[in-house]
Each structure stands twice: as C-alpha cells, then as structure tokens.
Design a protein around this ligand. Structure first.
Ligand code: HEC
Length: 139
C-alpha cells in the first residue's frame, strides 16, 4: 500500500517534470527554427558561380524560364507589352532594362519582373548582372 502510493506520486512528479522539459524543448527548438529561416543564403563563390557565366548556358535559360511566357517570340505582342526577349539581339539591346526590372531596387525605375511572380533568386540576378558587366557577349 505504501509502496503503491509512493510509485503513484513519483509517476505524477515524473510526468510533471517531463512536461516542463517538453515545453522547454519546444520553445528552445522553435526559436532555433525561426532564426534559421530569417537567414538569407550567402552568395559565395561556392554557391553561385558568376565567373563562368555565358549567354547561352546561364542568361538565356534564366530568361526562357522566367520571362518568355510573356516576352517569348510568339507571346510578346499579346502578353509582354511588345517587349521581345526571345533572342540574343533583343536581350542585349535591353540589357540595362532587364537588369533594372529583375533587381527591383527602390526607387523603382522599371516595372518589377517577372510580372506576377516571385523575384528571381539572388544568384540568378547576380549571373545576369555579371554577364552585362563582362560586355553582354553572345557567348
Ligand atoms: C506575366 C507576364 C510577364 C512575365 C512573366 C515577365 N514580364 Fe516583363 N513585362 C510584362 C508586361 C505586361 C510589361 C509592361 C509593363 C507592365 O505591365 O508592368 C513588361 C515589361 C517589361 C520590361 C520593360 C520595363 C518597364 O519598366 O516597363 C522589361 C525590360 C521586362 N518586362 C523584362 C522582363 C524580364 C527580364 C522578365 C523575366 C525575369 C519578365 N519581364 C517577365 C509581362 C511579363
């Protein structure tokens, strides 16, 4: 009888103690997750290669994927406000505007692009900028 009472109160104490532990763990790990999410991935050479940027392998694929639903050859008149980004000559001629639209810097000099979608990744923006900085070649 005495033994059973002791066991019961020990059990209660255990549950109470561990619920404190669980609460503590939730708060602690919860904060850990929150601060992980806030951090932006660093744009280091290891994660973003801007040294080997070429029009054909870096820039055009970014434009094709993110812009040419509206600015492609068969789309730009209806959806892209007459702005054609379907080939090198057109993109090179608009390089300043292209960089301006994807960087979306304040105060906004250009309409933010891609229209109606999330801003491009920092790495994709850095690649397009690097290509322009190196002379916007047809490479
Ligand atoms: C959903 C369709 C759509 C997509 C996707 C889109 N654009 Fe546009 N774009 C437009 C329209 C429409 C305009 C005319 C201006 C406006 O309505 O904001 C425009 C305007 C522009 C202009 C002219 C700049 C200005 O200030 O008017 C440039 C340059 C441009 N877009 C580049 C891009 C680039 C680069 C991408 C991809 C990263 C892109 N667009 C994606 C529809 C689109």
């Amino acid at each position: 009888m005495i033994n059973r009472n002791l066991n019961f109160s020990t059990l209660i104490r255990l549950v109470r103690n561990s619920s404190f532990l669980i609460l503590f763990a939730l708060v602690f790990f919860g904060q850990g997750c929150k601060s992980d999410k806030v951090e932006e991935p660093a744009l280091s050479a290891a994660t973003c290669d801007t040294a080997n940027v070429k029009f054909s392998t870096s820039v055009f694929p970014i434009i094709e994927k993110n812009c040419n639903n509206c600015h492609g050859a068969s789309k730009y008149i209806n959806f892209g406000s007459g702005i054609n980004l379907s080939n090198y000559d057109e993109i090179a001629a608009l390089k300043t505007e292209v960089v301006g639209t994807i960087k979306q810097e304040e105060p906004k000099k250009y309409s933010p692009m891609p229209k109606g979608a999330a801003k491009l990744s920092a790495c994709d923006i850095a690649k397009v900028e690097a290509w322009v900085r190196k002379g916007a070649k047809n490479d």
